[in-house]
Design a protein around this ligand. Structure first.
Ligand code: ATP
Length: 274
């Protein structure tokens, strides 16, 4: 697809290759922001990712599912620069070759990752956590006491609303429930205005109510950010699913609407066999 686009538009820096990925053609209305093509990662000869080709559109909410060991975490790792592939290309937009950037530079470019366990500053308030997340130099804690501009205050208030923690803004993060800490961490990532948000098992350990609220939160980000959610909880995936990608043995097994993928005999087989 990149090759096709590059050939059409002669975009500099985009390699033009043979037609080997033509079957992954995406509809013209879609505007990809992340391109993974033919990405292979091996650990001692074992292929955690096996010629993985995957496109994520601008502003879309994508769910990635697959049995244990399918390669979901490794996929996140190669996008964020934590793991380097043996082979393949990963582009952010049409011109940024992510394989030329290190982990901090990829985050700086606008790709943020939320790990499964919440990581917030427990002794600071919800508001202060968001404020710190906005500050570029996080080593300088004195910046916490620097005056915020009106624009910065607005940004914090907007994120507080989005994550549903306005009433908790002066609460110490350590006193929040597990679900609230997860939302706060999502809020901290939102403060950095990411273009792509990778979210790893967001509802693990959440109550039913917290899970529902998380679904609302992620759905509310659609259109503003590209959100890629890896999750095992199928009820949750069903509640937010737009396009679902099923990974198996390091490759895309199938992609489509939730009802399509869950009725796909190949998907049923890999889950039953897992
Ligand atoms: N650093 C590593 N060294 C060796 N093998 C690894 C490493 N990281 C992942 N693997 C292997 O690669 C395969 C894919 O792992 P990965 O964690 O990406 O799968 P996953 O789909 O995220 O699984 P889960 O749903 O269980 O988290 C697994 O077989 C795993 O054991």
């Amino acid at each position: 697809m990149i090759a096709a686009k590059a050939a059409e538009a002669e975009i500099p820096g985009i390699p033009i290759r043979d037609g080997s990925v033509a079957e992954h053609r995406i509809e013209p209305a879609h505007k990809p922001i992340l391109y993974l093509e033919d990405v292979t990662v091996s650990f001692d000869g074992f292929r955690a990712l096996n010629a993985l080709t995957l496109y994520i559109d601008e502003g879309e909410l994508r769910c990635i599912i697959g049995p244990n060991g399918a390669g979901k975490s490794t996929m996140m790792d190669v996008i964020t620069g934590r793991t380097r592939p043996d082979k393949g290309t990963i582009y952010f937009g049409q011109t940024v070759d992510l394989l030329t950037l290190d982990e901090p530079a990829i985050a700086e470019a606008g790709i943020c990752r939320k790990f499964q366990k919440p990581s917030v500053f427990e002794a600071q308030t919800v508001f202060e956590n968001l404020e710190l997340a906005m500050r570029t130099d996080k080593r300088v804690w004195s910046t916490l006491f620097a005056r915020l501009t009106g624009e910065q205050l607005d940004a914090i208030h907007e994120v507080l609303e989005t994550i549903g923690l306005t009433a908790y803004r002066n609460r110490r993060a350590g006193e929040l429930s597990h679900g609230q800490k997860q939302w706060l961490e999502i809020g901290m990532l939102l403060m950095q205005r990411p273009k792509v948000l990778l979210v790893d098992e967001p509802v693990a350990g959440m109550t039913h109510q917290e899970t529902e609220r998380t679904a609302e939160l992620l759905l509310s980000l659609e259109g503003k950010h590209s959100v890629v959610v890896v999750e095992h909880d199928m009820d949750f995936v069903r509640s937010i699913a737009r396009r679902v990608t099923v990974l198996h043995e390091g490759s895309v097994l199938t992609e489509g609407r939730m009802d399509e993928v869950q009725n796909d005999p190949r998907v049923i087989e890999v889950y039953l066999g897992a």
